[in-house]
Design a protein around this ligand. Structure first.
Ligand SMILES: NC(=O)c1ccc[n+]([C@@H]2O[C@H](COP(=O)([O-])OP(=O)(O)OC[C@H]3O[C@@H](n4cnc5c(N)ncnc54)[C@H](OP(=O)(O)O)[C@@H]3O)[C@@H](O)[C@H]2O)c1
Length: 265
């Protein structure tokens, strides 16, 4: 009887020890925060960083509707889903308070709006001025706002890296892809590049590397008929994670493609 009690207690303590070792191992992994992580490129970042064993803070503006992300997070103890509309100051304050004092190694500013590139609202002659503010607040200002909010957490991180997902349609030296229309998308991404470039100079003084990444043309869920130049999210994100891993302060303020190729502004 006494032996059985000792055995039960032993099994219990071994279980506790294993659990606490697992928690310690999790706590020692780097942490990545990803915006707009419920679908597309953001969701694939979540999947791949989780598979690498990182602690993943996966933010989305609509957690209740984020079915694929929630399903994935339920099966992965290293993924936490958080509410964040990148234009919402209250969401940001609440999340900043929740993560106070916790290091973030890599912040990925991924959330973005594209609209219909060739639609009338983004074509000269019929531009829709009621939508431009959303493009600007999400695409151009969002990355600056989120980075400013979590700056202390990034400073605490070992890796100290911030990236923003840009597009060649927003890059002057690439002649904005020689692509028609898409005015609000191009203008907002170009403004984001300017904001992030300027931020990179200040952040460098704190040892934080800030850079822009272009993912290529990625066949995310919403792309119904991808052309031959499209790549899968798996390939694009694997490439970008490799680029992020190799980032150093020498890369501050640069635009780097998922393949590692660099662009001038
Ligand atoms: N796919 C490409 O070929 C490509 C090429 C170049 C650059 N990019 C850039 O890569 C990023 C991701 O693109 P994607 O193709 O994955 O696009 P996507 O499938 O349209 O996903 C966009 C993500 O951003 C989120 N989002 C939009 N507004 C938001 C807000 N106010 N606050 C928080 N999240 C918000 C969306 O959330 P909801 O689901 O709630 O709308 C969604 O999770 C974007 O910045 C995009 O410009 C993509």
């Amino acid at each position: 009887m006494v032996h059985r009690k000792i055995l039960t207690a032993l099994v219990f303590f071994v279980g506790l020890l294993a659990e606490s070792q697992a928690m310690d191992a999790l706590a020692q992994q780097p942490t990545v925060m990803i915006t707009g992580s419920n679908r597309g490129i953001g969701l694939e970042f979540v999947r791949q960083y989780s598979a690498k064993g990182w602690t993943v803070i996966a933010t989305t503006r609509r957690p209740m509707q984020a079915k694929a992300l929630q399903q994935f997070a339920r099966a992965q103890p290293n993924v936490t889903v958080e509410l964040l509309d990148v234009t919402d100051g209250q969401h940001l304050s609440a999340l900043v308070e929740k993560y106070d004092g916790q290091p973030i190694d890599v912040l990925i500013n991924n959330a973005g709006v594209s609209g219909d590139f060739l639609g009338s609202g983004q074509s000269f002659g019929t531009l829709d001025y009621t939508t431009v503010d959303t493009f600007m607040s999400v695409n151009a200002i969002g990355p600056l706002r989120v980075t400013e909010a979590f700056y202390e957490n990034i400073k605490l991180g070992k890796q100290k890296k911030v990236v923003a997902i840009t597009a060649l349609l927003g890059v002057h030296s690439f002649e904005y892809g020689n692509f028609p229309g898409a005015y609000w998308y191009k203008v907002s991404k170009a403004a984001m590049n300017a904001a992030v470039y300027n931020l990179s100079k200040e952040a460098s003084k704190d040892g934080i590397t800030v850079a822009m990444l272009t993912p290529g043309e990625v066949a995310v869920e919403k792309v119904t008929d991808p052309g031959p130049s499209f790549i899968t999210p798996e390939v694009s994100i694997r490439g970008m994670i490799g680029v992020i891993a190799g980032l150093s302060l020498d890369d501050a303020g640069t635009i780097i493609r998922y393949s590692g190729k660099r662009y001038d502004f």
